[in-house]
Design a protein. Sequence first.
Length: 360
Amino acid sequence: MIPAYVYWTVRPEIFSVGPFTLGPAAIGIASLLLFILLIADLIGWRRARNKWESAHKKGTPPPYPWVNAVVIGGIIYWLLSANARLGGIEIGPVAMRWYGLMFLIGFTAGYFIERRIYRHEGAPEQWLTSLLIWVVAGTIVGARLGHCFFYEWDYYSAHPEKIIAFWEGGLASHGGTIGVILCIFGYSRFTTRKPALWAFDRIVVPIALVGCLIRLGNLFNSEIFGHATTLPWGFMFPLSREWQQVYAPMQAACHPTQLYEAGCYLLLFAVLMLMYWRYHAERRPGLLLGSFFIGCFLPRILIEFVKNNQEAFEDSMLLNMGQLLSVPFVLAGIFFVWRAMSRPAVNVEYPDKFPDHAAS
């Protein structure tokens, strides 16, 4: 009798539309609307600045988020140049995927969690927009480069133009972590002008939740699952080409390693929230960061033992690439925890409001 395993048939796409073509008239209208949006954005900022200056006699008014102008202007330029070259643009099919939705939910929830932390400590609200830009850029660029360099360098060294094609798939969590680390140093240098540990200790709290949601996205994609198992919670992935080739002939279920990791990261998120809000771990710089490194990458090392290797070259390795890349983070985590606990706690004030804003 075959055990009642989970037969996972959820498709990666929530919905799909298209393809459709934008002609010159549609492109002209779209460009005009984007231009109007850009002007409205600039006018809105100027009004907000005038209002701010009328209420404050000193200090620097909030800077204009020039990234808005760059992004909108870039889209307008692409539309017009593509239309000039091609006489129209074919778009689609356009699909909304569960993986992308998990990213969106994660970054949105993370933003509001981080906003509450900043408000709690009286950090400027304007820092949040800059933080979001730095973290999103670091995550996507780092994860893409990490996949290219750590897992498929033979291919991408021969096809460097494919490195930027992140929409074709291929993101590595370790690369994303390294990208975020580098960007937090830039964020601390150019925005907060505080020690980088200050930002790290606060950003890792929502990042644990983002990691959980990304692994759920992997489940919806029917990817990154584990070895065959006879455990009753094993999953069958009929939409996966790998499962069809390796496990379908024997009707074998596999470890749902996506759920193993998601559960670990959700537990880590709960622990970090408890450490911050109840035990004030932020008073010991590096404690939250170190706890995150240990709680994130130690389970990753253990779960990799029942997970399928991503690339063939890993089959001959004692520890696969994911495990080797996780070891330095665990060691760094132990160091940061030891360092934080061996030094006296620092004083942190909690005005529970943003600067120059009344508490709500």
